[in-house]
Design a protein around this ligand. Structure first.
Ligand code: ADP
Ligand code: 5GP
Length: 191
């Protein structure tokens, strides 16, 4: 993929379980010129996650200290008592390395980033084929307990109402098709 055009911003959002992480990881594997903005969060680390690669995991207390110190470009309490945010230092690090930045953030955070970067940013909403598919993907992923599963499904309806505010919507039904669509959108944007 063309990655001459550095300092561009590619933002992905989706209801939890739609396949955003799967598609973002695929995209990152297609080009050396793309780098993921690793967020900070205060939720528990999952078994398959690595601190510093998937997220920087902090306690809620540590997270709040960073809010007070104005270290975040944006942050949201995405789920009750669970905070997620983008550090200014992370964005500056990637920009100064000459790469394009990929964000995997919630719908509100995505719109904040779009406002910040304007035409240098493209926003892509990953949409599940149905709420049932979302539920079965979250179940199969095996990362949620009953309470967090319900919380995520309940939030999905609200998140789906944001799709019109994104530059592109990709329905992730057949994964191979969705991967190609994402590659096409990003390749065109970076041309
Ligand atoms: P998100 O980051 O949006 O929460 P994930 O990428 O973790 O979602 O995907 C949720 C689960 O669904 C994972 O187990 C993933 O392997 C699976 N998955 C992703 N895309 C598809 C698809 N098109 N069809 C079926 N399962 C999928
Ligand atoms: P998860 O707990 O499934 O990893 O993520 C929950 C939600 O938080 C997802 O929608 C994810 O995109 C979002 N998220 C991850 N990092 C950030 C961030 O830095 N800022 C915001 N606003 N949302 C984030």
């Amino acid at each position: 993929m063309n990655s001459q055009n550095n300092g561009k911003v590619i933002v992905f959002s989706a209801p939890s379980g739609a396949g955003k992480t799967t598609l973002v990881r695929h995209l990152l594997g297609t080009s050396q010129g793309l780098e993921l903005s690793v967020s900070v969060c205060s939720r528990e680390k999952r078994k398959n996650e690595t601190d510093g690669r998937d997220y920087c995991f902090l306690t809620a207390e540590e997270f709040k200290q960073k809010i007070d110190a104005n270290e975040f470009l944006e942050w949201e309490e995405v789920y009750k008592d669970r905070f997620y945010g983008t550090l200014r230092s992370e964005v500056e690090r990637i920009i100064s390395s000459g790469k394009n930045i990929v964000f995997d953030i919630d719908v509100e955070g995505a719109l904040t980033i779009k406002k910040e970067f304007g035409d240098d940013a493209v926003t892509i909403f990953i949409k599940p084929p149905s709420i049932d598919a979302l539920l079965s993907r979250l179940n199969n992923r095996g990362t949620e307990n009953k309470e967090s599963l319900v919380e995520r499904i309940n939030k999905a309806e609200h998140e789906l109402s944001f799709e019109d505010r994104f530059d592109f919507v990709v329905v992730n039904d057949d994964l191979a098709v969705a991967k190609k669509e994402v590659e096409g959108i990003v390749g065109h944007f970076l041309l």
